[in-house]
Ligand binder design. Sequence first.
Ligand SMILES: [Zn+2]
Length: 445
Amino acid sequence: MVKNETVLTFYGGVNEIGGNKVLIKDGETKVFFDFGMSFALRKQYYSPPFLSPKSEKSLQELGILPKLDGIYRFDEKPREVDAIFISHGHMDHSAYLSFVKREIPVYCGETTKIILEALGEIRKADLEFNVEGINFQPFRTGHTVKVDGLEVEPVHVDHSVPGAYGFIIHTSNGAVVYTGDFRDHGAKDEMTREFVERAKAAEPVAVISEATNMTSVSVSSEKEVENKLNHVVSQTEGLVLAEFAYTDVDRLNSFYRTALRNNRCLAVSLRQAYLMEALSVDRRLRIPRLGDEGILIFRKSKERMYAWEKQIMERHPDKIVDVEHVSKRQQNIILTMSLYDLEQLAEIQPKPGSCYVFSSSEPFNEEMEIDFERLVNWLRHYGLPQYHVYVSGHITPLRLKAALKEINAEKVFPVHTENAELFAKFMRDTKSQVEHIEKGREYRL
Ligand SMILES: [Zn+2]
């Protein structure tokens, strides 16, 4: 019998942070790993909300959505892709599921399924993020998923969103490891350790590795973030305003504990509340409940409320606070606030001695474009000093090199990075050959 050929093709995540779309073909079997939105490409043409894509046609025309047959729901051709695996729920890995044929099974962690479905509700009618009707097939660590001849072993990793996985893919030509996005300095570093050990044991021929953090790396940990938050909050006399990704539950825990230690309540946004409620069914996840002491839900002043917002307000009436409440009790509150909410400051009127903590894990946030210039103008106007307290969702270079040396594959394919060349040079004294990836080119194992 002729052995199957195994071919890797990268349709995204090449010389860019995010947008990962990796196709593994093994004989007749075709499986995608991640199907994310490319912020970098999208940013070249669009600036939402006023200039945003109106159809998948323009996204394909501009090369933001790759031209592929047998995968999109708007394409009449029969399905050609057997399955899609999603490593975690960040948009740059999952958003373009929006366009995928609903009969293609989508494998992801149980927590990721909850997150994507909750975000789907929050972002209803968003062309680029719609998971309605997606055939989710949730897995957990320890499960092995078989797609024809391919066997995929998901293993949890630590990242700035819960439910993140790396994969060990057993192909006809040896194991291929895909790291997804990972780090070993978060609240769950032991998960990454386990992933590296399992990857090593598989004696892989290739590793597809993220290499995000290569320039301006800072060394810290979630524990250190919490200590720093305490340092800031314990000395603040007025309101503490906090910006962080609402899907980052480790940061949520750090802020919540800091609030309790300092006799404050943490007022979360309605969308964070909605996600927290959805995640509360996940028993393995340790996050505060909406009913817990010290949790409040901030209701912005606005005219129109969405159905999901009304649901949260109806289910937790005693937890809802508005601008007036926050304004009166500034010294007792940490208010989480996105850049879209800065308008609320006009009604809150932060007192002298208030401050702003920017705590997003990445400057290239998975949730939005950050416009620092405008943020600083608002903070200047209200006399709010800005603290930057964060830790990256991505592994640091020395730790990454150590992990890849331990896994010891013949080839390494760097994705999710703007510094592939730097990374290749940094790795040149290891036994692994770092491949130079070109988008759309086929790499035979
Ligand atoms: Zn990513």
